[in-house]
Ligand binder design. Sequence first.
Ligand code: PEP
Ligand code: CO
Length: 448
Amino acid sequence: MRQQEWSPGSWRERPVEQQPDWPDEAALDRALKQLSGLPPLVFAGEARQLTDALAAVQGGRAFLLQAGDCAESFHEFSADQIRDKLKVILQMAVVLTYGSGVPTVKLGRIAGQFAKPRSADTERIGGVDLPSFRGHIVNDDAPDLASRTPDPERLVAAYHQAASTLNLLRAFTKGGFADLGQVHTWNQEFVSTSNEGQRYDAIAAEIERAMRFMRACGIDLEREARLHQVDFWTSHEALLLGYEEALTRRDSLTGDWYDCSAHLLWIGERTRQPDGAHLEFLSGVANPVACKLGPTVTPDEAVEICETLNPNRIPGRLTLITRMGAEKVADVLPSVVGAVEATGHPVAWVCDPMHGNTFVSPSGRKTRHLDHVLNEIQAFFAVHRSLGTWPGGVHVELTGDDVTECLGGAEEIFEDQLQNNYTTACDPRLNARQSLDLAFRVAELLRA
Ligand code: PEP
Ligand code: CO
């Protein structure tokens, strides 16, 4: 990171995209001041551990699974939903690790993934122009002016929801729920009856058999902490820089600045301007960071992002998440990866197969087809295989719920079923079955 002329507020000197039009500056200042006095959500030492884990991804010794909601919701916030999301991520990690023999780094888009960038500031509903919905950390999605007016108190509410989500995740992952002995119980009922659910059950049975075998050999499995707990990290798009600044603290051990709102922060496709505020802000925090790269990125821009975000070339510090659209990967990705690799920059390459493959269905719903999602992953693997670089991970939007938001899958969801259970606060998510399906496909690609 670059900490000389940098300060947590130095982004304010740069042009900044995608910030809400807060109507009451004094109320915003009060909310940010309150946040800056609240405890950090994560610790610097944890962020450093994630950097180490991502260094293994960068070096081809591990695979990253980054997954969760497009936008967390203030309305859909319960222990069951957090648990079910964790279940599907743990299941996918088992499929990936068991199927490929490569360790899986588990990183949630969770406990802070609230703010959304928008392509337009306003949207026309029923003949009226309303401010766009920017995520529950900013405004409410209901289509009336009062709901859509940005309210700074939501920044504080989002912090508390993130804290409470993270608390439950820590309890689940360290307190027995994620114990490998529980591998069968992560299969939810609506999943276990499906094809991919049964494939998962078969793996779970083999894992249990292997554990019985080791126990019979006299190995004390109780003492092996790695079988009973998992490391689960949090991440979100660092979009609202006032919020991120307020949670940025100096680490007493190293003197470095850390954004303590999550372990990893990323810059979205719409805010990666070379001289913009978002790159400036993340250049100075010592967390591991990521940047999305869409189909318009040039090789030079990608290299410049590496220079800005990781001038000291620290392995694990920088992940580049490419989201080109299935059709464009073969054209755009090789020169981008080639240019970055030629500089020697250590980058973990990750594929977001969701955001380049969104379209509006004839019935007017935003959706994605699992076939296009899988095609992008396959094309991503093909490019990295041909360049000799490591396809380091996938970044997906999913939920543990039985939603009907994305088309396709082994138990196919068709266009006329989208309306059955379409609940996302923003982009369409894979349901638990489609997510498992994807994990099996990725494990096959990793084995190949
Ligand atoms: C997102 O991750 O939800 C998102 C908006 O992605 P992108 O910045 O890649 O469009
Ligand atoms: Co999204």
